[in-house]
Design a protein around this ligand. Structure first.
Ligand SMILES: [Fe+2]
Length: 459
């Protein structure tokens, strides 16, 4: 059952009061979230701009028995394993996934672990993580979680190119989100990449549960690989609530496999030819930081003759001509841009700004044929609305190739070791209409970049 509620995004109390009268789950956290919501809005308003009118949030309830797994999502772990994550309100349900290639016939089983967290008066359900495999590439598997409830299915990523990614940031859980997800689901893809800001729970923990249920049809059927945004922080040190507590429990990514010590940044290979690096905009990134040192080490391991494509995702954009969130990615850019340039990263995806913007290849604020293409894709459809205003006089305006304040998502289809096709699909249309597209050539196949002479000259 889905309940739609009209929200006034800049009113501190009204959204909560409406939710409390519409859902018992929010009533349970009532007084707690009044305080937290007021704090969050006070912080947000200080750096906000004028956004369009009310957004409509979509709440998704669990209508099945407590024992039934919910909020099921999967993520790739290594070349041939998948992590199945799910939540149960019944703590007696085991962390166990049965799976097989025929519906209803499970010839394999794997056991995992579970955790839960508390956030002021809220206690999460039992959060299960089960790693299954080895699995065959490009193959549909049917699975059941905890030995009870519905059967799900997913398709594993291909072992070699081509591969198609869906890319979307700042998703939230509004009617715009529903539209974006519907467009994503209209055509097949292999993996979803999300550069931060998932649920927009903003300390209202039941909204994490609602988000998990909303995306389940999509996230249970294709691997969703995510990194964190500012809306995942949810830190309240005065109340002893550490940053990222909900995100880290609910969205465990394969960081150990890439020798990262934090769920907030990691990398992985997919399709045998693509190395994807997920960076954290809201954890330390300076030269002395663990993330910086890990990035240096991770990039050093990338053999472009084996993985010709190198893609980076982060949340706060390094290049941005929108009036929203100006300069918020600048410190991180100054700290890490040279690393990405020397490694010949092909594309940097960001979110945070609720619009779409594509830049040319850039290094250090100038067009550079050996730099990454920068793309902001923070237009998934959250309750804060769109970032409507681009500054035509911005110092980066001449580098900005395409920009539009509309909700939508992107597709990156990597054809082979040299060619890839990028497209941006706007939600405004009843069909997923391509509003921007581009053919890309991997920098690993560009002689002037590959031999390093150009990069060294310009650093
Ligand atoms: Fe953000």
């Amino acid at each position: 059952m889905i309940i739609s509620i009209v929200l006034a995004p800049f009113s501190c109390l009204n959204p909560l009061l409406e939710k409390m009268t519409s859902s018992w789950a929010f009533f349970a956290q009532g007084l707690t979230t009044i305080v937290l919501l007021c704090v969050n809005h006070r912080v947000a308003v200080a750096s906000e701009y004028t956004r369009p009118g009310p957004g409509r949030i979509v709440l998704t309830k669990h209508m099945k028995p407590n024992s039934y797994p919910q909020q099921v999502h999967v993520s790739s772990v290594g070349a041939d394993h998948m992590r199945v994550s799910y939540i149960t309100n019944d703590s007696s349900i085991p962390s166990k996934v049965q799976y097989g290639k025929v519906s209803g016939k499970y010839n394999a089983v794997a056991n995992g672990d579970s955790s839960h967290y508390t956030y002021f008066l809220y206690t999460s359900g039992k959060i299960h993580n089960v790693k299954i495999g080895p699995l065959e590439p490009d193959t549909v598997y049917y699975y059941r979680c905890g030995g009870v409830g519905d059967e799900f299915s997913f398709k594993t990523a291909p072992a070699s190119l081509p591969i198609e990614f869906a890319v979307v940031g700042d998703l939230g859980q509004t009617e715009w989100t529903v539209s974006t997800l519907a467009h994503i689901g209209k055509s097949d893809y292999d993996m979803l990449l999300l550069p931060g800001d998932l649920s927009y729970a903003d300390s209202q923990q039941p909204l994490w549960d609602s988000f998990g249920r909303l995306i389940q049809p999509y996230a249970s059927s294709r691997p969703w690989m995510v990194t964190e945004g500012n809306h995942e922080v949810e830190a309240l040190t005065a109340l002893d609530m550490v940053p990222f507590i909900a995100y880290n429990h609910r969205w465990r990514m394969p960081y150990e496999e890439s020798k990262s010590t934090s769920n907030l940044y990691y990398s992985f290979n997919v399709a045998g030819a693509v190395h994807v690096i997920m960076l954290g905009s809201y954890t330390e990134y300076g030269p002395d930081s663990a993330q910086y040192k890990w990035l240096v080490s991770d990039l050093a391991k990338v053999d472009r003759s084996v993985t010709p494509w190198l893609i980076v995702l982060l949340h706060a954009p390094w290049y941005n001509t929108n009036t929203a969130h100006q300069g918020e990615g600048e410190k991180m850019r100054k700290a890490m841009e040279a690393l990405l340039y020397r490694a010949h990263v092909d594309i940097v995806f960001a979110g945070h700004v609720h619009a779409y913007e594509r830049f040319t290849r850039i290094h250090n604020n100038a067009a550079d044929s050996c730099g990454p293409v920068y793309i902001t894709i923070g237009d998934g459809g959250n309750r804060e609305g769109l970032a409507l205003h681009f500054n035509p006089s911005h110092k980066s305006a001449s580098l900005s190739v395409f920009r539009e304040a509309s909700f939508g998502h992107g597709r990156l289809k990597i054809i082979d070791g040299k060619k890839a096709h990028w497209s941006w699909h706007r939600n405004n249309d009843s069909d997923a209409t391509v509003a921007d597209e581009l053919w890309l050539v991997s920098l690993s196949s560009s002689s002037p970049c590959q031999d390093g002479t150009k990069a060294k000259d310009e650093l």
